[in-house]
Design a protein around this ligand. Structure first.
Ligand code: WTA
Length: 642
């Protein structure tokens, strides 16, 4: 094990007794399945309400992709999240919204059902039909949840675009999805500044090669502020359809529930489509078993709805179980330092699910903030998105959880839809710095370059060796799957992460090994950022790499050459930032831009990004004789020291 912040020998924390006695899964037998794979997954599907029962758990054709889960089954995700709870807990709180301006709004299941139905009726009125793609471009707010569930109700496919993305990024994601419907807002506050979202949405519409069929605008900043000329007002839509109930459309288990774009290894956003049956089954199952949520639980997942965590563990997981979900606008480490703990205390939050970067911010602020508030409602702490190093783990455990909440470090991806690796909180001991083992029903290994399973302690690629229900549809056919060398009838998915496994099967994830950067738990594509930078007048070439950063995991560093010789003469750093902000969003601008006369290249002219990464990280980069221009290395090192 070479990672400095991975698990330390002997650092093992058992689940607290007080937690075990109430855990949804408390015993080893309950954690495993009776039935062999893939039939074991029937247990997850059986927790859902189906319009028509499925015939087969998994259809894997002739052994390989495409894989289809719960074949023959029909269900509706909105019914599972709302309708089925109305009788028993219609008056229980489904959703609490903690808005950026200290707003707190609650919705009971009945109230959310009513709003979702009115929105569904409104969308139908605007012409939205089954399988149409409806894009939302909204901050995390109740209307965004209502639109997601309304789409699910009528069999439309939602495509949530993170509100911080630029107009260009929105247009690309709409066009690629063939989306003709947009729900946006007048504006919103981001880190204290008003963002004119309506204008950005208008710019995106102009950038599209086709006209939209309908736009709906939500008043986020000021009532009545949204224009109505070329868009319907969300409030008008609600008023017009108040009290309407829309018949839910039964969807096939493999029918798309939503589309989402993430960063892949190319310059284009990567489409990920999640299914109605497999996705919902595994998301509900893991919310219950891993995050220990039931209908009495209040969970606060701090992720924005624009990311997969917002979909799976803020909306679909908690609501499918009849729990109370807390939706917060803006990142908890962007605002007032007391606010996170006020949210916990005011809502009696039982489960806090956040990212290591957020916990590291809390850590820097100091223990006084959590200590000043009542955190006795907390029962479990979760982490997702990037490696949770041992030091942060212990701080989270002790200073947020008071030493008696299990910490679950959950590994998964946009593509996997739901958690695949973690520790079951009432059953397995935790090893700070390590994620844990594959959940029952999941088979994952760490493999070397030759595809052989690595010995404990040996670094390799994390690979998932069998399909799982919440897998994205794209993975059912994509080249991400390859035949397993030592089992020709089997297939495996290379996730793009490097990992190491210990003697007991606990996996420590070290980070991405492809051209995807993980910055503060968010995914960025180096190619996409490079593409934006080379659009700047005067820029010749750009290479983007990640530099290890103690706070945000990875910092974005861009190496840039300019057309007119002397480095940086004609191009300003601000131009680079502006180009990236316009193409992707302000959150993607590089933390550092290094202007350089040349980039290290192989003899065939390929930029050696690995070498740049090693230089930026102060690592030994070894032999440079394969370079066409080895002299550039000394130059870059000199700049690094400046
Ligand atoms: C990283 C977020 C270490 C990993 C749900 C993965 C993690 C990428 C963890 C997916 C974890 C996620 N420990 N690394 N617990 N969870 N990652 O698609 O590199 O935004 O491939 O999904 O985040 O990011 P995505």
């Amino acid at each position: 094990m070479t990672a400095p912040d991975g698990p330390q020998a002997g650092d093992v924390v058992d689940p607290p007794t007080g937690f075990v006695t109430q855990a949804n899964v408390a015993a080893a037998e309950a954690a495993s399945f009776d039935a062999p794979w893939p039939d074991c997954w029937a247990a997850a599907a059986d927790r859902l309400d189906w319009h028509r029962g499925y015939d087969t758990v998994l259809d894997s054709g002739d052994g390989g992709p495409p894989f289809r889960w719960f074949v023959g089954g029909e269900l509706n995700a909105c019914v599972n999240c709302l309708d089925r709870h109305l009788d028993e807990r219609g008056d229980d709180v489904a959703l609490v919204w903690e808005g950026h301006l200290d707003e707190r709004v609650t919705y009971t299941y009945r109230e959310l059902f009513d709003e979702v139905n009115a929105v569904a009726a409104g969308l139908c009125d605007l012409g939205v039909g089954e399988d149409d793609v409806v894009t939302t471009y909204l901050p995390s707010m109740p209307a965004a949840v209502a639109v997601m569930l309304a789409c699910a109700r009528i069999g439309a496919v939602h495509n949530v675009v993170f509100a911080g993305f630029s107009a260009d990024a929105l247009a690309t994601r709409m066009e690629r999805a063939g989306s003709r419907y947009l729900v946006t807002c007048d504006g919103y506050y981001r880190r204290g500044e008003a963002v004119n979202q309506r204008r950005r949405a208008d710019n995106a519409r102009m950038a599209l090669p086709y006209d939209l069929d309908a736009t709906v605008v939500v008043d986020r900043l000021a009532a009545g502020s949204s224009h109505t000329e070329d868009g319907a007002r969300y409030d008008d839509l609600l008023a017009a359809h108040e009290g309407t109930t829309v018949e839910p459309v039964p969807r096939g288990a493999s029918d798309p529930l939503f589309r989402m774009y993430t960063s892949g290894t190319t310059g284009e956003p990567k489409a990920v489509t999640h299914t109605t049956g497999g996705y919902l089954a595994q998301v509900a199952w893991t919310t219950e078993r891993v995050l220990d949520v039931d209908s009495e639980t209040t969970i606060w997942g701090t992720a924005d709805l624009g990311w997969i965590t917002g979909h799976s563990y803020v909306v679909y997981g908690p609501l499918s179980l009849g729990a109370t979900t807390v939706l917060s606008e803006g990142s908890p480490d962007a605002a007032d330092r007391d606010r996170p703990w006020e949210i916990v205390a005011a809502n009696d939050v039982n489960v806090l699910y956040t990212a290591p970067t957020v916990v590291r911010s809390f850590m820097k602020w100091g223990t006084a903030y959590p200590e000043a508030h009542d955190r006795s409602s907390l029962r479990l702490l979760g982490s997702v998105g990037e490696p949770l190093d041992a030091e942060t783990w212990h701080w989270y455990h002790e200073h947020v959880g008071g030493g008696d909440c299990p910490v679950v470090d959950t590994w998964w991806q946009t593509e996997t839809g739901a958690v695949l690796l973690t520790t079951l909180p009432g059953v397995e001991s935790m090893r700070p710095g390590s994620v844990g083992r594959p959940l029952a029903g999941i088979e994952a290994t760490v493999r070397d370059g030759a595809d052989a399973v690595c010995a404990p302690g040996e670094r390799g690629w994390l690979s998932v060796d069998r399909p799982w229900p919440a897998m994205a549809r794209e993975l059912a056919t994509a080249s991400d799957w390859g035949a397993v060398a030592d089992a020709p009838e089997r297939w495996r998915y290379r996730v793009g992460d490097e990992a190491v496994v210990d003697e007991d099967g606990y996996v420590t994830v070290l980070g991405r090994v492809d051209d995807v950067l993980n910055v503060a738990g968010r995914r960025f594509s180096t190619a996409e950022i490079e593409h934006a930078i080379v659009q700047v007048d005067g820029v010749a070439e750009a290479a983007v790499i990640g530099r290890d950063d103690p706070d945000i995991g990875t910092a974005i560093v861009a190496y840039v050459t300019t057309e007119d010789g002397p480095a940086g003469a004609a191009v300003a750093r601000d131009d680079v930032d502006a180009a990236v902000a316009a193409a992707i969003g302000a959150g993607s601008t590089p933390d550092e831009v290094v202007f350089t006369p040349d980039l290290p290249k192989t003899r065939s002219g390929k930029i050696m990004r690995r070498l740049l990464g090693d230089i930026a990280n102060g690592e030994d980069y070894g032999d440079t004789s394969a370079l066409r221009n080895p002299e550039v290395v000394g130059e870059l090192e000199a700049r690094q020291r400046e």
